[in-house]
Design a binder for this molecule. Structure first.
Ligand SMILES: [Zn+2]
Length: 422
């Protein structure tokens, strides 16, 4: 299959960050040419006159299986929300719930310009692989290991999560995850990382999301969380450390020296009132690979990467009392090329030879006038601008209509499940 996109304003994200007015020719799953007045014969032609083409956004932290919990237990203290509402509700989820929940998440992601995602789930992940592959997403999925610090359970937990390592299908790869340093025994942390390394899979873990976690690890291990994880061999370039809201300067330099990926989820952090702010500017300077995620619809409550970009930028400015502490370009890099690099994808930019993950935006009223398109994307763009989405050379959203799923049918299933739960 080939697609010719005509006359788009292209935010390339190439090395010189060029913005071009040009055509894009996609051959199979690869961008084969970018230029003016291309007239290569194609199976599909998209008139993108007046539209903006951006690389697909990469969401590096989600829990798509939790989408049915959107607004399910809002306005509660964090521990009460998690322990009394979310975990018991999750425990009741069937594999059908997980599949429907994931499909709902993927529709929202695609409609929000996200083409790749990173998932951590407490259930068996097979229904998520199936849903992602059917809808045509790109991403990685892990089942989170969790033994609440009781190492006698670690063997059983490992047996439970191991199958995920072999579920890869289509453009969805497997990943290995441990829930967090204060919810996993040291034995489980080490075993999960060994499995990830042995299978050459990316590793995910929540780190320093709350101050309580930092206190717990300091008390039990005598080290700050990142120092502790580094001491047991987990802080490396194949690991994604999620949140990192309460870091010391020493932890920031450790993450940088070890080229760890950081997934910051600013909207979720604010909504859960975790207090800490990931110091993205310093992390980026240190050499850590800074990326952005939404976290789940239970804690965000949207899966919009546009919102995550905006909040990431606002928080840096607010935190440092400095309105020029970070540029819109840098934040857009976090959500595109850095995300792609974290996942090991040959993407994140619109260039010949790169994977064809492209999003077309209609400027509407909120992306005008065209003073600074990067600032528009980060501070005033939103899912309402997304008209067409191509993932791996396949059109998954065309003129605002999903091509790979019957959304009306999905939504009626979603509503019937939600009412069942109440
Ligand atoms: Zn999370």
């Amino acid at each position: 299959m080939s697609i010719l996109i005509k006359d788009a304003t292209i935010i390339t994200q190439n090395n010189s960050r060029d913005q071009l007015q040009a055509d894009i020719f996609i051959d199979g799953n690869i961008i084969s040419k970018i230029g003016k007045n291309l007239n290569d014969k194609s199976d599909e032609t998209i008139d993108a006159g007046g539209k903006i083409a951006i690389p697909g956004l990469v969401n590096t932290h989600a829990h798509v299986a939790m989408t049915l919990f959107r607004s399910y237990a809002d306005d509660l203290p964090l521990n009460q929300w998690l322990e009394q509402k979310i975990w018991p509700a999750e425990a009741k989820q069937t594999s059908k719930d997980v599949e429907i929940s994931s499909k709902l998440a993927f529709c929202e992601m695609i409609r929000g310009g996200t083409t790749s995602f990173v998932e951590m789930c407490i259930h068996d992940t097979k229904p998520i692989f199936k849903a992602a592959n059917e809808i045509g997403m790109r991403g990685i999925i892990a089942q989170a290991a969790l033994d609440f610090g009781d190492h006698s359970k670690s063997k059983d937990v490992m047996n439970k999560i191991k199958p995920t390592a072999d579920y890869a299908v289509g453009n969805i790869n497997a990943s290995i995850a441990a829930h967090a340093p204060n919810t996993c025994s040291e034995e489980l942390l080490i075993k999960t990382k060994e499995l990830a390394d042995q299978k050459h899979l990316l590793y995910q873990i929540h780190v320093s999301e709350t101050r309580q976690e930092v206190f717990d690890i300091l008390k039990t291990k005598g080290k700050y969380p990142v120092e502790y994880l580094d001491s047991i061999g987990i802080a490396d370039k194949n690991s994604i450390f999620i949140h990192c809201g309460w870091l010391t300067k020493h932890e920031i330099s450790l993450l940088g020296n070890n080229s760890v990926t950081v997934s910051s989820c600013p909207v979720s952090n604010l909504k859960l009132a975790t207090g800490g702010i990931a110091q993205l500017t310093e992390l980026d300077k240190s050499g850590a690979l800074v990326t952005l995620g939404t976290d789940s619809a239970a804690s965000n409550n949207s899966l919009s990467m546009f919102e995550s970009m905006k909040f990431a930028g606002l928080l840096q400015r607010h935190h440092y009392w400095k309105s020029d502490v970070i540029t819109a370009q840098k934040i857009f890099d976090f959500a595109t090329i850095n995300g792609a690099k974290a996942l090991g994808i040959n993407g994140g930019s619109i260039e010949a030879g790169k994977l064809a993950d492209i999003v077309l935006l209609e400027p509407g009223s909120n992306l005008r006038p065209r003073n600074d398109l990067l600032a528009h994307l980060v501070y005033s763009g939103g899912p309402q601008n997304v008209s067409d989405v191509i993932i791996d050379g396949k059109i998954v959203l065309r003129n605002r209509k999903m091509q790979t799923i019957d959304e009306e049918k999905l939504y009626s299933e979603v509503e019937s499940m939600v009412s069942l739960k109440e």
